[in-house]
Design a protein around this ligand. Structure first.
Ligand code: C5P
Length: 233
């Protein structure tokens, strides 16, 4: 498994996203398409970005009854995505259904990862609003183990949680981590952040980087800096 930087294409429409990708002439970054872009541009944006030679993490976080998730996964997998995801809160049965739906007719499939607890969920809110009476780190590990039991490839988590997930689920179990900032950069609304270099030390597999690249004066230079800090040996 090769470490890689995934750029979050959090843009309002397809044209803006494709104009941004035009800046990259010498490399084809791995990109993440989330709800904002997918819901405005439609499924064809995935095909277009794939046709340009990029790998795509389709971050739509499915969470529904098992049969619906199975069908949803079949549709998303057919678009050619390289990574797709679900909420682990949907239960092991739902995640197993996702794994059935995701296999393409030719036997290939994208990697499937689970969201454990969203990094925007605090321990206090989880306990008070969701009535989950456990420390948040225990639920993250428990959900990660459930995902592994269902046959998933890994989880999305904060970079600061990646180490404990690897300890609980094994080194091969993938961790994909947003919340990455340069040491001299703006933190914005992210709370638990780390640098690309530190993320590499922690041992995460993929970092998802949005604004530090998309809002940089020179996005290509910012992407290269991320790659240098995180992905080079
Ligand atoms: O701009 P920034 O680097 O904060 O972008 C991070 C990306 O990762 C966004 O697309 C955000 O939705 C996503 N994400 C996150 N925290 C999570 C899950 C996804 O920041 N727990």
């Amino acid at each position: 498994m090769k470490r890689d930087v995934i750029i979050a294409l959090d843009f309002k429409d397809g044209e803006t996203a494709l104009n941004f990708l035009d800046k990259f002439r010498d490399e084809k970054p791995f990109v993440k398409i989330g709800m904002e872009l997918f819901y405005s541009a439609g499924p064809d944006i995935v095909r277009q970005v794939k046709a340009r030679g990029h790998k795509v993490f389709l971050d739509l976080k499915l969470h529904d009854i098992p049969n619906t998730v199975k069908g949803g996964m079949r549709s998303l997998s057919g678009l050619g995505a390289d990574i797709v995801n679900v909420h682990a809160a949907g239960t092991i049965e739902m995640m197993k259904a996702a794994m059935e739906g995701v296999v393409r007719e030719d036997g290939t499939r994208p990697l499937v990862i689970a969201v454990t607890q969203l990094t925007s969920t605090s321990e206090e809110r989880m306990q008070k609003e969701l009535l989950i009476n456990a420390p948040i780190n225990d639920t993250i590990i428990h959900y990660a183990r459930n995902a592994k039991e269902a046959g998933l490839d890994g989880v999305v988590c904060s970079p600061l949680e990646a180490g404990m997930v690897k300890e609980a689920c094994g080194k091969e179990f993938l961790t994909v981590t947003p919340g990455v900032r340069f040491a001299d950069g703006d933190v914005g609304d992210q709370v638990r952040v780390t640098t690309p270099r530190k993320a590499k030390e922690i041992g995460t597999d993929y970092i998802v980087v949005g604004r530090p690249i998309t809002k940089a004066d020179d996005p290509v230079a910012a992407y290269r800096r991320c790659m240098n800090e995180f992905a080079e040996d």
